[in-house]
Ligand binder design. Structure first.
Ligand SMILES: [Mg+2]
Length: 109
């Protein structure tokens, strides 16, 4: 697959000082997604507030919130693996196949 497209690889930790479950990580994911939307709203001045932040500051804020979303998604992956026996590696393979099938990744024959 690497010959057809690029991959963004990041490595995020298991939060070993929390006992997350499916419900708590799902709620947290929605909370963080809301914070991301709020940051993007600031960027566009869409929330009606006067924007005092420089573009660079807002983009930094958006990046931080996006990583919060990714961290919670990773935390939920640990829950699925450790509590429910899901193999995330297999899920990633299926996910990539789905993206190809949907035409989001073009694979040259
Ligand atoms: Mg956040």
């Amino acid at each position: 697959m690497n010959e057809y497209t690029t991959f963004k690889q990041i490595s995020l930790p298991r939060l070993n000082n929390l006992q997350p479950g499916l419900e708590s990580t799902c709620l947290k994911l929605m909370e963080e997604a809301g914070e991301l939307a709020q940051a993007i709203g600031k960027f566009r001045g869409m929330n009606g507030e006067k924007v005092d932040l420089k573009e660079k500051e807002v983009v930094e804020m958006i990046s931080n919130e996006l990583l919060d979303v990714a961290q919670v998604a990773v935390s939920m992956m640990f829950v699925l693996e450790e509590t429910y026996g899901i193999n995330i590696k297999e899920k990633v393979d299926d996910h990539i196949k789905k993206l190809v099938k949907k035409g989001y990744i073009k694979v040259e024959e």
